[in-house]
Design a protein around this ligand. Structure first.
Ligand SMILES: C[S@@+](CC[C@H](N)C(=O)[O-])C[C@H]1O[C@@H](n2cnc3c(N)ncnc32)[C@H](O)[C@@H]1O
Length: 251
């Protein structure tokens, strides 16, 4: 296939519903490793890409051997705004919402679902998805108008959207489970532990948790702070919440 044809095929695949761009080696590696439906891979140096994979992620070498096609850097530059230092881009299709919703609804749930209420910062959401994947959380649910599959969120998660269930829902659609709302006004987190089927909820960056969410809470929980500090950053709060769950978990 010539370069022009490759570009045409890429553009066509990009228009498919649920298509997402994987920018750079780490995003691509995670998508492949966690069963993402990766359709196309373009690289400026196929030999270097396979050598990098052999060094850092041997498990994805066979998939890359089958998928990676080499094109001049100018071709990649024409498809994405900036060529990643690893010189590779991939195109995947996100898992169907039905599959994610089924994973979120599964009972008994063996690990928490993180809820971000109306998050505003794409980088924060990506960092939270990366944390959730690392801790083995069941999923990350967002409310509000931000798309948790936005390319910048996917960049922030290093492609770890494929390792946990990421969906946007409304409050009435939340999966079942005891709701622990993290809020600086809550009771001391050290006085309780989070069960495996908890919904761990966090408020929007500037304004915190809404009244609507507080009313639904089974527990309002705070990580104590030194006087004068008003709050922690959203993603670091999620990290502390998930670490607290993991620390109390018997496994
Ligand atoms: C940047 S904070 C929001 C700040 C907001 N002005 C407030 O007072 O809640 C974003 C979210 O992180 C969580 N958070 C931040 N600091 C926390 C703390 N000390 N204890 C519990 N949750 C916290 C809460 O869920 C909060 O809504």
């Amino acid at each position: 296939m010539g370069d022009e044809e490759l570009v045409r095929a890429w553009r066509e695949a990009e228009r498919e519903p649920g298509a997402v761009v994987l920018d750079g080696f780490h995003a691509l590696k995670h998508a492949l490793r966690f069963g993402g439906d990766v359709r196309r891979v373009l690289t400026v140096d196929r030999e270097a890409l396979l050598a990098l994979a052999a060094e850092l992620a041997e498990d994805v070498v066979p998939a890359l051997e089958g998928l990676a096609l080499e094109v001049p850097e100018a071709v990649v530059r024409g498809l994405v705004s900036r060529v990643h230092p690893t010189g590779v881009i991939g195109l995947a299709v996100r898992p169907p919402a039905e599959a994610n919703l089924a994973a979120l609804a599964e009972r008994p749930r063996r690990s928490p679902v993180v809820l971000l209420e109306n998050p505003r910062n794409l980088g924060n959401v990506g960092a939270v998805i990366r944390l959730a994947a690392g801790f083995g959380a069941t999923g990350v649910v967002t409310t509000g108008d931000l798309d948790p599959w936005h390319p910048n969120v996917l960049r922030g998660s290093a492609g770890l959207h494929f390792a946990t269930a990421v969906e946007r829902l409304t409050l009435p659609q939340l999966p079942a489970g005891p709701l622990y709302v993290l809020d600086p006004e809550g009771t001391d987190i050290r006085d309780l532990s989070f069960p495996d089927d908890a919904l761990l909820a966090f408020g929007t960056e500037r304004y915190g948790v809404s009244e609507e969410l507080k009313v639904r809470a089974d527990h309002l929980v705070a990580v104590p702070m030194r006087p004068g500090v008003s709050s922690f950053n959203l993603a670091t709060s999620v990290g502390m919440g998930l670490f607290h769950w993991m620390s109390g978990s018997k496994r």
